[in-house]
Design a protein around this ligand. Structure first.
Ligand code: NAP
Length: 287
């Protein structure tokens, strides 16, 4: 039976790797903070000491890391993933990064005879737990086909978008829209509160009409209860806004709303909300 690798056991990676184990795949895990591996050993995973140990012993290795710096460090660092990549081995980076980072990692992997696929995901902690993510893959088509049985345990829909970089771009654009929606939503909630309107009434009005969506429904109720328990860390949302604005720069597309939303998330980070849920941008907006 084939052995699969998994690098990065954060909020998303831990839920995704658990779904692979539950489905009966043989998985070797690694995480920078080694203590997070213990529960995976209890679930039957093999625990590796370095990313290189994972990639050299697995036919396909998945990475789910914080940001471009983390994806870069795990690939290129000492005893990093690249050291273990040999002919035919697959590396699937599911982290949200910019296209240039995905292309740099992809070129390094293929330069060593390996195969590379980027596959960032849309969907948060709950869809990761439920195995209902949307997977936005691009790169080696054969590796996509090979990884599909794994994707089917982690997600409900897997798209193949073409050459490396297309997945990153699609993901950043989707999250840019989400970040913009969240900030205007929070401004509405803050304005309603200052006007003396009941926020619950505003939520009801929005939910009854054409603007209704699951995110406003879920996050609106949580904001009302001052519940900012982290599903999607605010620092990662701001990273995605920053990378989307940079993509706009690169392509000459004005992004007035996204740039303004990015400033709100930056302000929330400077106020200490980085590790809270991205809906905590409400506190920076309402203050
Ligand atoms: P997270 O909980 O912060 O986990 C980040 C992971 O990256 C951890 O395993 C962390 O290791 C590792 N890491 C960070 N810096 C590192 C470094 N320099 N070297 C090695 N490992 C490093 O984040 P997450 O929510 O799981 O998100 C993971 C990725 O998925 C991000 O790109 C995010 O944008 C994207 N994403 C998240 C969501 C969501 O709702 N949460 C949804 C879609 C996409 P430690 O455990 O040692 O810190």
């Amino acid at each position: 039976m084939e052995q699969y690798g998994f690098l990065g056991l954060g909020i998303m990676g831990s839920a995704m790797a658990k779904n692979l184990l539950k489905a009966g795949f043989k998985v070797t895990v690694w995480n920078r903070s080694q203590e997070k591996c213990a529960e995976f050993a209890a679930l039957g995973a093999t625990v590796a000491a370095t990313p290189a140990e994972v990639t050299s012993s697995c036919s396909v290795t998945i990475a789910m890391l914080a940001d471009p710096a983390a994806a870069h460090a795990v690939c290129f660092g000492p005893e990093g993933a690249l050291e273990g990549i040999g002919a035919g081995r697959g590396y699937v980076d599911m982290s949200t990064v910019d296209a240039a980072t995905a292309q740099e990692i992809g070129a390094a992997v293929t330069g060593k005879g390996g195969r590379f696929l980027e596959a960032p995901v849309s969907g948060s902690k709950k869809p990761a737990e439920d195995g209902t993510l949307i997977i936005l893959a691009a790169g080696d088509r054969g590796l996509f086909d090979q990884a599909l049985p794994l994707f089917e345990k982690m997600g409900k829909k897997s798209l193949y978008l073409g050459e490396v970089g297309r997945g990153a771009q699609m993901k950043l654009i989707v999250n840019m829209v989400m970040g913009g929606m969240m900030t205007i939503f929070c401004e509405g909630l803050a304005l309603a509160d200052k006007a003396g309107l009941e926020c619950s009434d505003l939520l009801d009005v929005i939910d009854a009409g054409a603007m209704a969506n699951p995110m406003f429904k879920l996050k609106g109720a949580q904001i009302g209860q001052e519940n900012f328990a982290t599903a999607f860390p605010l620092k990662h949302m701001q990273k995605d806004m920053r990378l989307a604005v940079a993509l706009g720069d690169q392509l000459g597309q004005p992004l007035f709303s996204a740039s303004a939303a990015n400033e709100s998330f930056k302000r929330a980070r400077s106020q200490g909300f980085s590790d809270q849920d991205f809906s905590a941008v409400f506190k920076a907006i309402a203050s």
